[in-house]
Design a protein around this ligand. Structure first.
Ligand SMILES: [Zn+2]
Length: 236
């Protein structure tokens, strides 16, 4: 291969490395993962707000349940005493009266219990829906993490192999050209050389003036000209 061909090969490898590096940095899976994480965070926030909202109603419901339960116990006790009673008629009448009172209070407590339950149920359903929609998202997040790990490791292997090809290609470029190439690459990024694409430098896409193109055409063998815009060496 001629020196120009060796430099062309180095240029192609550096561009290839840049493409793989960019691909590794901008995986579509990363963008999707960020979206999934945002959605999960917003669901968690809604669930938290809903829990706060449910707290007082749930506490009132538990209180009503306890009250009904204790009234039910007292009513059962009284009923048992009444059926076994051999007390005077006046006492029996008082117990019957108390039993009627208890029954009324129990019925009120049970009504309150049912009313609170009706209030809580739709909130519980919403919470259940939120949990149900979070579950596939959590699975997707696990899958994406796994895919990203795999893709990144594949691309890292590819980069390592390209970089060792690049070492060899750079060593094959004659030393003075190689130094200028590396300097231009340090300044311009991606690669230290470019080709002419029609009238344009294909590194920076800026056209050479007719005068610059004349200069390039009449360069003596073994000499290089840099793109006046980006400073990359123009491969003869
Ligand atoms: Zn250029």
């Amino acid at each position: 291969m001629s020196a120009a061909e060796e430099m062309g090969r180095l240029l192609d490898l550096d561009r290839w490395i840049e493409r793989v590096r960019a691909q590794r940095e901008h995986l579509a899976e990363h963008d999707e993962l960020r979206g999934v994480e945002r959605e999960l965070a917003s669901l968690a926030e809604r669930l938290g707000a809903l829990d706060e909202e449910r707290k007082p109603t749930r506490a009132a419901f538990e209180e009503a349940t306890e009250r009904a339960e204790s009234l039910r116990r007292r009513k059962a006790e009284l009923e048992a005493r009444l059926s076994a009673a051999t007390a005077p008629a006046r006492e029996l009448a008082a117990m019957t009266q108390e039993l009627a009172n208890l029954a009324r209070r129990l019925s009120d407590a049970e009504d309150a219990e049912v009313a609170l339950l009706i209030e809580i149920e739709p909130m519980d359903e919403v919470a259940e829906q939120i949990r149900a929609s979070a579950s596939p998202l959590a699975q997707r997040r696990r899958d994406l993490h796994e895919a990203i790990t795999q893709l990144t490791s594949t691309l890292d292997e590819e980069l390592a192999s390209l970089r060792s090809d690049r070492e060899r290609a750079a060593a094959a470029v004659p030393a003075p050209w190689r130094q200028r190439y590396e300097d231009a690459m340090a300044r311009a990024g991606v690669s230290g050389a470019a080709r002419l694409d029609g009238e344009r430098c294909d590194g920076c896409r800026i056209a050479l003036t007719p005068l610059e193109r004349d200069r390039l055409r009449s360069l003596p063998e073994g000499e290089l000209m840099a793109c006046p815009s980006c400073g990359r060496l123009l491969v003869p």
